[in-house]
Design a protein around this ligand. Structure first.
Ligand SMILES: [Zn+2]
Length: 464
């Protein structure tokens, strides 16, 4: 195992490429390479002028969701006994109230301090390795029980004494919409593909507080077993990858959680709200199935918004790292300012993921619920962001093509206007939500009684 920092030295990177054996090996590998001048010109021609943003109304409020995870040994002498610590903050930026502060670059130090306080984030402690919880006999079973306990707990509820406002109930809403045999069409019931103990299934579980058991082996089963995160839990090694998966799921579930709550309590508020997530709109790993439920759910909510003449949901997956961002750094100089491109499959397999096996049903068929865009602003800064697909499912015959048709994204002008508005801040800082929060004096927005007050327009109007 390398010592910490051994590969961090730039000189050693340089040397490794000079090694003829490494050079030969790389020769035989497919990976991102800078385009030639000719290729660059071809790439530049894929971009087009974005829709006009004159008179576009910016969202009044932004909810930014940001997670971090830390594996942690509990004692120095027991390095392989670990707990995982996942923290997800949701912060609210009120454009109307704080927008004017931007000019003077005013930062309220008390607000910033408040943000950094752990109490303002959702905290999830998880068993990682060699730890069992409440008498469970394996790390895996402990992990399952803890995850369900977290999702059901009062801290994820909008009203602590109402279990139906929990994150677990939001999971029921999504899982019941799962297309095909695994969907139930009933938000009180979801299906587990199999019992984690005996493997029989599918099994139905209900949105109730009581313990539920497998009808075949009588072992406990939990609604959140449907996320299948437990399948990747390792008994004796660090479970850092599972912690990251868990964090990813929470980061995608939280916007749906807020949306569900507002649909039930103040639908009209959704029209003036934007969500920022700092990753692609895709769910990877065993919980990937959720992405189809999310597509369907968003389409349903958009339909309801349309009926009350409100703008469509605005969810932006702003990416600061990853393959597309790396690619952009290689091609940026070939793209004119004020240009946009919705990445299509042909382009992706040719320039971004060369040599990859092309998915039969299109890129991201099993994972993505949003379209990636590359946008270069007027002042020449490039951004990679995703917007949810504007379809309830991917079943239309030509989804691969229609998903990249820019005119279908009615929210695109608002996103462009928003990115232009935040341009400097977004560019300078890797952790977008926190950066925005610091610069724009955000309020922490963990689920709780205040959320509705804060988010409803009525409340805002009363204040002003
Ligand atoms: Zn069983």
């Amino acid at each position: 195992m390398p010592y910490q920092g051994e590969f961090a030295n730039k000189a050693s990177h340089f040397d490794i490429v000079k090694d003829p054996e490494v050079a030969q090996f790389l020769e035989d590998c497919g990976y991102l390479k800078p385009p030639s001048e000719e290729e660059g010109k071809v790439i530049g021609a894929f971009f087009e002028v974005p829709p006009k943003v004159d008179n576009v109304e910016l969202p009044q409020q932004i909810i930014a969701i940001d997670g971090s995870d830390y594996p942690s040994s509990i004692y120095e002498k027991l390095p392989s006994t670990e707990i995982g610590y996942v923290k997800v903050s949701s912060v609210l930026i009120d454009m109307a109230k704080f927008g004017s502060l931007r000019v003077g670059r005013f930062v309220d130090p008390f607000r910033v301090a408040e943000l950094q306080n752990d109490n303002n984030a959702l905290k999830f402690l998880l068993p990682s390795s060699n730890i069992c919880w409440k008498g469970k006999t394996s790390v895996r079973d402990s992990f399952r029980a803890v995850v369900d306990d977290h999702l059901y707990s009062a801290k994820t509820r909008f009203k602590p004494d109402e279990p139906k406002t929990s994150l677990r109930t939001t999971l029921f809403h999504l899982a019941s919409r799962r297309p095909g045999d695994m969907g139930t069409g009933d938000t009180q019931i979801l299906k587990l593909h199999k019992c984690p103990s005996c493997g029989s299934g599918p099994i139905e579980v209900r949105d109730i507080p009581e313990t539920q058991n497998c009808p075949n082996c009588n072992a406990e089963v939990y609604p959140s077993d449907c996320l299948r995160l437990w399948e990747e839990v390792n008994e004796f090694q660090s479970n850092t990858p599972v912690m990251s998966r868990f964090m990813q799921v929470i980061e995608h579930l939280l916007p749906m959680h807020y949306i569900r709550y507002l649909v039930e309590n103040s639908l009209v508020s959704l029209g003036s709200l934007a969500f920022f997530v700092d990753r692609p709109l895709a769910i990877f790993g065993t919980a990937a199935w959720l992405h189809r439920s999310i597509m369907l759910y968003l389409a349903e909510v958009n339909e309801r918004l349309r009926k009350i003449h409100q703008p469509q949901l605005l969810i932006i997956g702003l990416q600061k790292s990853g393959q597309v961002v790396d690619h952009v750094s290689l091609i940026e100089r070939f793209v004119q300012p004020n240009q946009i491109f919705a990445i299509d499959d042909g382009y992706r397999y040719r320039y971004i993921a060369p040599g990859r096996d092309r998915s039969q049903k299109g890129f991201g068929d099993e994972t993505y619920y949003g379209q990636d865009f590359i946008y270069k602003t007027d002042s020449g800064r490039s951004f990679v962001f995703a917007l949810p697909y504007t379809f309830a499912s991917k079943d239309s015959g030509n989804f691969v093509q229609v998903k990249t048709e820019i005119h279908r994204y009615s929210n695109l002008p608002r996103v462009i206007a928003l990115i232009n508005h935040f341009e400097c801040d977004l560019y300078e800082n890797a952790l977008i939500p926190i950066a925005l929060a610091h610069k724009h004096t955000a309020i922490s927005l963990v689920p709780g009684g205040r959320v509705l007050d804060i988010l409803t327009r009525e409340a805002l109007q009363k204040k002003s």
